[in-house]
Write a protein that binds this ligand. Structure first.
Ligand SMILES: [Fe+2]
Ligand SMILES: [Fe+2]
Length: 315
């Protein structure tokens, strides 16, 4: 209820009550004039003067009672308005606190998850910068794709934020791979590679189990992290692992991270190779368009070429 509404109702009530008083007074007057016919002129004057005083005082009493009641209602309404204002202020301050606290909790959550991903990566990656670049590349591609007809409406702000925070989890399953295989300097044997492939299942399963504990599963970054961990080695033509998924059977987030991960691996120095230049890496990715990578993701990467180069310079 607002002040205006309160005043309007009170004025309305006041007007109606005044009308009632006038109507009562009018009825009383009718009775007086009916009686007057039976009285002498002198008696009429006396009686009229007497009754006039009576009706005036009756009107006063009625009016005073009404005004008193109206004032009481007005006081109550003012008190109500004041209480409502205080309640609103309290509600706003509580809402502000909830928003602040939610932002803090989210930050702690993201920092913790990134820390865990770095910990998992620390055995075969010195600086953790790989994860930092992966999330920036994935973010850039997702943002670019959000403007294309193909993904408009599917990739929203939440999706872009989720891929930024969940892409570093892609190799979290490496914690389950022994040093002997993970840190082997030379080429892996067929058997060793089969074991290595398991990092996708270990990571995906770990995040899936974590996700099961959440009440709201849809659109959570853990859910996206699970898809990425399971599917970042799947290939567009179906020749990837662990499931051999093909085309759009592979979750889009995993198709994006697949390119980001390979680009970063190509342009980074490894024990077994030097870092390739952007142009060489780009050529390899273009050759794999429609084979290893989703053509739409490759096209987004090509249109963002300058930004990817910038990231390389920042390293
Ligand atoms: Fe991987
Ligand atoms: Fe990686």
């Amino acid at each position: 209820m607002n002040d205006k509404q309160t005043n309007y109702n009170l004025n309305d009530a006041d007007y109606l009550l005044r009308e009632c008083v006038n109507a009562i007074k009018g009825s009383i007057d009718q009775i007086y004039y009916g009686l007057l016919n039976y009285l002498s002129e002198e008696e009429q004057k006396k009686f009229l003067s007497y009754l006039k005083n009576q009706s005036d005082s009756l009107q006063d009493v009625l009016y005073k009672t009404i005004v008193e009641k109206a004032n009481k209602i007005n006081d109550l309404n003012l008190q109500l308005v004041k209480t409502n204002k205080e309640l609103n202020m309290l509600k706003n301050s509580l809402e502000e606190k909830v928003v602040k606290r939610t932002i803090e909790i989210k930050k702690v959550q993201h920092v913790t998850i990134f820390g865990l991903a770095r910990l998992a990566e620390s055995r075969d990656e010195d600086t953790g910068e790989h994860l930092n670049r992966i999330r920036k590349y994935s973010f850039l591609i997702a943002k670019k794709l959000s403007h294309s007809k193909l993904f408009k409406g599917y990739i929203d702000k939440k999706y872009i934020s989720n891929i930024y925070h969940s892409s570093p989890l892609h190799d979290i399953g490496k914690v389950g791979i022994s040093d002997k295989i993970l840190l082997k300097p030379g080429k892996l044997t067929v058997e060793e590679f089969e074991i290595m492939k398991n990092h996708t299942i270990i990571g995906g399963k770990t995040l899936e189990d974590a996700e099961k504990q959440l009440k709201y599963k849809t659109k959570s970054f853990l859910s996206m992290g699970k898809n990425i961990a399971y599917c970042h080695h799947e290939k567009w033509d179906g020749s990837g692992y662990p499931f051999g998924l093909k085309g759009t059977e592979i979750p889009l987030s995993a198709r994006i991270v697949a390119l980001a991960d390979v680009y970063d691996a190509l342009t980074s120095k490894r024990i077994y190779k030097d870092a390739y230049s952007h142009d060489v890496a780009k050529e390899i990715i273009v050759q794999a368009r429609g084979k290893h990578f989703d053509p739409a993701v490759v096209d987004a990467f090509l249109s963002l070429e300058d930004k990817f180069k910038e990231r390389l310079i920042e390293q």
